[in-house]
Design a binder for this molecule. Structure first.
Ligand code: AMP
Length: 238
């Protein structure tokens, strides 16, 4: 159980490039939560050429969603195999209404005391700007951005990871045509997910255009306020 005695689960929604991954890592560290990034898990499976990876690869490359059942089983398995005693942070999941309902019906979530959903939003042009400048470490998964988080070292045209020295890459799906397609899929699918969490009074809107620290502070203040109210948010009244 977490230091405040309750299981805390957080969902981060938002378009690609909104900073979900960065914020999820910081929140997971602060509240000692299990970080579940379905995108990272799928990319690692592709890298290791597992059955899951081979199944997911073509979807990821095209910027399409991997089938719901595949992603849901992966999340369930991840939760059972890892320590999520304090709770978990879901980054990049759910992506559509079907996944949102699947998550809500999961025994693990039903039994949890505190459930918070953040929608970190940024305008489309900003998402494109951030994603096209993003660099990714395929080894330790660190994320850089040539706009505001430059890696320190480079060899020729390639940047190296500050943490592990690996050569950084542009994700296949951060290529311009794929970025547009991912944003299109996001806008097509996310409306009903937002309505679903609004109806449950679980949704908090966060303006993601600001700097990382400002966004993080707002997330933490909101979480702490909810914890201070003993997690008696509207959801528990239903
Ligand atoms: P992300 O790193 O979250 O941007 O995810 C990268 C890609 O992985 C997405 O464009 C999808 O192809 C796939 N993916 C990640 N999460 C999901 C999900 N919850 N449902 C379906 N596909 C996903």
């Amino acid at each position: 159980m977490s230091r405040f005695g309750k299981k805390l689960n957080i969902v981060l929604l938002g378009p690609p490039g909104a900073g979900k991954g960065t914020q999820a890592k910081s929140l997971a560290h602060k509240y000692q939560l299990l970080h579940i990034s379905t995108g990272d898990i799928l990319r690692e499976a592709v890298r290791q050429n597992t059955k899951l990876g081979r199944e997911a690869q073509s979807y990821i490359r095209k910027g399409e969603l991997v089938p719901d059942e595949v992603v849901f089983n992966l999340v369930k398995e991840y939760l059972t195999q890892r320590d999520c005693e304090n709770g978990a942070i879901f980054d990049g999941f759910p992506r559509n209404i079907n996944q949102a309902k699947m998550l809500q019906n999961l025994e693990y979530i039903k039994q949890s005391d505190c459930f918070i959903v953040f929608l970190i939003d940024i305008p489309e042009q900003e998402a494109i700007r951030r994603l096209s400048n993003r660099r990714y470490c395929p080894k330790c998964k660190s994320i850089y951005n040539l706009l505001d988080k430059m890696p320190q070292k480079h060899v020729g045209d390639s940047y190296l990871c500050d943490k592990c020295g690996e050569r950084l890459v542009i994700r296949d799906d951060d290529k311009p045509e794929t970025i547009k397609h991912r944003l299109h899929i996001y806008h097509k699918e996310i409306g009903p997910v937002i309505d679903f969490y609004k109806d449950l009074s679980l949704l908090y809107n966060i303006d993601g255009i600001r700097g990382k620290e400002a966004v993080f502070n707002e997330l933490v203040n909101t979480v702490d306020e909810i914890i201070a109210k003993d997690c008696k948010n509207d959801r528990n009244k239903k």
